[in-house]
Design a protein around this ligand. Sequence first.
Ligand code: MN
Length: 253
Amino acid sequence: MKKTILVIEDNPLNMKLVRVLLGLAECAVLEATDAERGIGMARERKPDLILMDVQLPGMDGLEATRVIRREEAGTGGHTPIVAMTAHAMEEDRKLCMDAGMDDYVSKPIQAGLLRAVIDRHTGRNGRGNDDSEEIGTKDTPGREVFDREELLDALGGDNKCLTELVNSFIDDVSVQTGELQRALGETQMNEAVALAHRLKGAAANMRAKSMSMLFSNIEQAATRRDQEQAARLLEDVEEAFQVFRRVFSAGDQ
Ligand code: MN
């Protein structure tokens, strides 16, 4: 029977990626972009499993989990909740478990891992797991810029989907780096931190490692209120972004 998965995620690109992966796993998808809506949907639609982003605007994923578990304590039942987070630290994992989550997948999300976690918690037996994830050890030049192979793997080999995702990433980066430049220019450092953080995650999703690293450094500089350094790094982003687009379209022929 088709499983219904509720995804609570505020980043549209992450949502899109998860939607594609769940489609490949033949699951039905419910979507919520904040905790309040997600809790309401969990209550009304009774999904088989919830994929919960940890960092959400307003109420975060940990608190949302506590709310759902409190309600379940009154009504009975237990919906598996799986955290999606960029932090792979043991203590983060513990925070998620303490809040009442059942499991944990780290971003960027791998198709094989996601399927395994769904199977584990919804009692569905694995169907042809031909895309169990492999840790890349090969060091091909260009992989730092854009690891097409790894992304393709994560997408279960769907080239069309890869092109679509990367194209929306390119649009997104163009808009958001403009925003980041403006935020830095206006010394809106909190906004700059948030934008750099989001871009870092989006680039990691696309396996654009060099760009992700640069955004991570911008995030850190902006956190230190080092506006000059952040602005310098943003110039490097321009260049890295051009290289990324070149590598992407060379592989997309
Ligand atoms: Mn988030």
